[in-house]
Design a protein around this ligand. Structure first.
Ligand SMILES: Nc1nc2c(ncn2[C@@H]2O[C@H](COP(=O)(O)OP(=O)(O)OP(=O)(O)O)[C@@H](O)[C@H]2O)c(=O)[nH]1
Ligand SMILES: [Mg+2]
Length: 218
């Protein structure tokens, strides 16, 4: 009985989030904004990737919602790029939800006219499990894993791999030092989610970024 109640609560939360995510999507579309969520484990290179995409595309008008548990380190990093940014702290929660994003957009609209924003990046909290069931209404869900996380990181987290539209295997410059076969990571991602587009990149060296950039911003 106890277990059934827990399941009901979880389903209600997921359903409530789904409806709010639809509202967020409508809001983005009303303002002509393309929304891109960036998920992935702690330190996989989510912020570094978004920073690099912003720097490489000075003609695109970006805005960022920077999710984090308690800190504002990432928010400050984005602010240095002179893009409108709002930090979203989840407290103890291991993922963002559409309700937080809705509030984030409200705050963002105090900093910038949303009609002037082309692309909104939402960096989720570093985690390979919790964000899966809580889509945020974005047009693309991008998963960033790094070669330093080991060759099993993709098969160990099939749910989030299946939830992604784009999968980025980052830090390929470090793969050899870690004894990790990048092709094996890419193949595992393609096998688990055949409809996703998979890119092997190094944000540090720039290798592979062109194709990813075309896919996301092209
Ligand atoms: N060698 C190498 N280092 C990288 C690469 N991409 C990111 N890094 C480094 O990895 C570290 C973590 O990068 P972040 O971008 O902060 O990672 P994150 O996923 O945003 O981390 P959280 O927000 O804490 O979850 C930083 O020291 C980056 O400089 C890469 O392609 N190669
Ligand atoms: Mg980050």
């Amino acid at each position: 009985m106890h277990k059934v109640e827990e399941v009901d609560v979880m389903e209600n939360l997921i359903e409530a989030n789904r409806r709010l995510a639809e509202d967020v999507r409508r809001l983005l579309e009303d303002h002509g904004i393309k929304g891109i969520e960036v998920m992935g484990s702690i330190g996989s290179g989510k912020t570094a990737l978004v920073e690099e995409l912003i720097k490489r595309n000075p003609d695109v008008s970006f805005a960022v919602l920077a999710g984090d548990v308690v800190s504002d380190y990432d928010e400050e990093r984005y602010r240095k790029l002179n893009v409108p940014v709002v930090g979203l702290n989840t407290g103890r929660e291991c993922h963002l939800d559409a309700h937080l994003v809705e509030h984030g957009l409200e705050h963002l609209s105090e900093e910038v006219d949303l009609n002037d924003v082309d692309v909104l990046f939402v960096e989720n909290v570093g985690n390979l499990v919790c964000p899966t069931d809580f889509p945020l209404g974005m047009h693309e869900r991008v998963l960033v894993v790094s070669a330093t996380e080991g060759e099993d990181v993709i098969p160990k987290h099939p749910a989030i791999v299946k939830a992604a539209d784009v999968i980025v295997v980052n830090k390929i410059d470090l793969a050899e030092a870690c004894g990790v076969d990048v092709d094996a990571l890419v193949e595992a991602a393609e096998e688990i989610n055949p409809s996703a587009d998979v890119f092997a990149v190094s944000v540090k060296t720039g290798e592979g970024l062109e194709g990813l950039e075309r896919r996301l911003l092209g």
